[in-house]
Design a protein around this ligand. Structure first.
Ligand code: AMP
Ligand code: MG
Length: 484
């Protein structure tokens, strides 16, 4: 069985409410992540038993469910009281290797934080989170993982009827920027310090002995978020709702709602039906990330200056310098995508130049980088085929080829290195939609095929060429909806 421990319940009294999952009428296992289950130390079990445990129908042995309180800035506006309105933390699982991971239900019924909503989750959004989080993990992006989706046997009403489900997800923790905002808004400095100690112990144990611990935490989160958002940008990933309650302290991607991968590259691309002002557009993400870190700094500042008044200025400069920190991560990732092992001072302008040249070209973000590696032998045609205007990338491509020349090494190993970081298969929007509609009709085959491909994103598979391509021409613009 799972080896549970409950450090959050022990150390953060007052930050949560003990609670019970709703008992679903007819749980049925829809998606089960066997390799992850094994890594968590969960032995073989009968699928019907698993469905009862991972839906709340039967208490999971060793768990102590609770709903966590948090606040958050949603689309720029502070909401002092959010919290787990449709989620429950069952506790932390101690892995065989010693790691500690949260196990959480999503869609397990109303809690004291549900604010009139039903606390439930529809099957489609639960499977969407499962698919995209597993794809992100396979792409090497820090992320929550998905262990199970169990249909509850209940119907939900979301403009039309949908089957209900419980998603079980695994995370380094569920501490968010919004958890700190909640502590600062409702409980004051001592609670912020208590939360800081807990977060450092859990995620940044090497910084526990820092002179100014809240400042050290701020620095660690800035670093983790800079690295994370840089990875998103290098994969064309749009989170869609970067509210501060969806920003983890650990630096994992969390809360896959109206997220999507870019098809055609465009900095101002928005998929989410609720993001009317484009606040969380693709190109906005580094800026919004810093905005969110300012909110974390505000929550921490009283505790920071209590240690040392002068650290107010250090914190200010840290946030001021965030763009350079982000860009360093972004460029490191982009160098790898472009097959460069050395670094030159002009690499930043080469990298930026690529996206300037791509502006308006309708180039598929994912395919373009595979086309670049395919063009290493000197065939610009494979790159041109991805563009609206065939010559648009010609000057940039020549500059890149000169740079590659200076980088040295042989083309075959460079192409292999590029293809090991530039995916071939991602959960493309039209494929994901088709897979989820089929799943809601009871046909899991398209979901399983897409999950399998997205779980091995770099390896070409025979007969799967359709999965490498964007939506057919003339498809309607893709829109994503919040996972409620
Ligand atoms: P999310 O959009 O999933 O990040 O959720 C934002 C906030 O709304 C969180 O506090 C959630 O717990 C809450 N929430 C979202 N959907 C529901 C629901 N169906 N029932 C209760 N609370 C919800
Ligand atoms: Mg959320």
């Amino acid at each position: 069985m799972l080896h549970f421990d409950h450090s959050l319940a022990r150390d953060l009294d007052g930050f949560f409410v003990p609670w019970q999952a709703a008992r679903p009428p007819a749980p049925r296992m829809i998606a089960w992540n066997a390799p992850l289950a094994e890594a968590l130390g969960l032995g073989e079990a009968d699928p019907e038993q698993l469905a009862r445990w991972f839906s709340g129908a039967e208490d999971l042995p060793g768990s102590q469910p609770l709903a966590l309180a948090y606040a958050g800035h949603q689309f720029g506006h502070f909401n002092p009281q959010l919290g787990d309105g449709r989620a429950l933390l069952l506790g932390e699982v101690l892995m065989p290797g010693g790691a500690r991971l949260d196990l959480q239900f999503k869609g397990s019924g109303p809690t004291p934080f549900s604010r009139q909503a039903d606390g439930k989750c529809a099957l489609g959004p639960a499977l969407r989170e499962y698919l995209i989080s597993e794809a992100m993990a396979a792409l090497g992006v820090p992320t929550t993982r998905s262990l199970a989706v169990v249909a509850t046997g209940e119907g939900l009403w979301r403009e039309q009827p949908h089957p209900g489900a419980v998603l079980t997800r695994i995370a380094a923790s569920h501490l968010r920027v919004g958890t700190f905002e909640w502590a600062a808004a409702h409980k004051g400095r001592e609670a912020v310090e208590q939360l800081t100690d807990y977060a450092l112990k859990r995620h940044f144990s090497d910084r526990q002995e820092a002179h100014n611990r809240p400042l050290a935490l701020l620095d660690a989160v800035c670093e983790a978020q800079a690295a994370l958002v840089a990875q998103w940008m290098n994969l064309g990933f749009v989170h869609g709702v970067m509210n501060t309650d969806n920003v983890t302290i650990s630096g994992e991607t969390i809360d896959y709602g109206p997220c999507a991968f870019l098809d055609a590259y465009a900095d101002d691309k928005v998929f989410s039906s609720i993001d009317r002002g484009g606040r969380y557009a693709f190109g906005q993400q580094p800026l919004v990330c810093r905005w969110n870190l300012y909110r974390l700094a505000s929550a921490l500042i009283e505790a920071i200056v209590a240690v040392d008044e002068a650290d107010n200025e250090v914190a200010r400069q840290m946030l001021e310098a965030f763009p350079e920190r982000f860009e360093a991560h972004w460029l490191m990732g982009l160098r790898a995508k472009l097959g460069l092992r050395s670094s030159e001072p002009e690499d930043m302008s080469l990298g930026r130049g690529l996206f300037t040249a791509l502006d308006g070209q309708q180039a598929d973000f994912t395919r373009l980088f595979r086309a670049l590696s395919a063009s290493l032998g000197g065939d610009y045609g494979v790159v041109a085929a991805e563009l609206t205007e065939r010559e648009a990338l010609w000057p940039w491509w020549n500059a890149w080829r000169n740079r590659v020349e200076r980088d040295g090494g042989d083309p075959a190993s460079r192409a292999a290195a590029m293809d090991a970081v530039n995916p071939l298969y991602i959960p493309r929007n039209h494929l994901t939609d088709a897979a989820l509609s089929a799943a809601e009709q009871g046909d899991m085959a398209p979901f399983e095929r897409l999950l399998d491909l997205a779980s091995h994103p770099f390896t070409p598979r025979e007969g799967m060429e359709a999965y490498e391509r964007g939506a057919p021409d003339g498809s309607p613009a893709h829109v994503t909806y919040c996972g409620t």
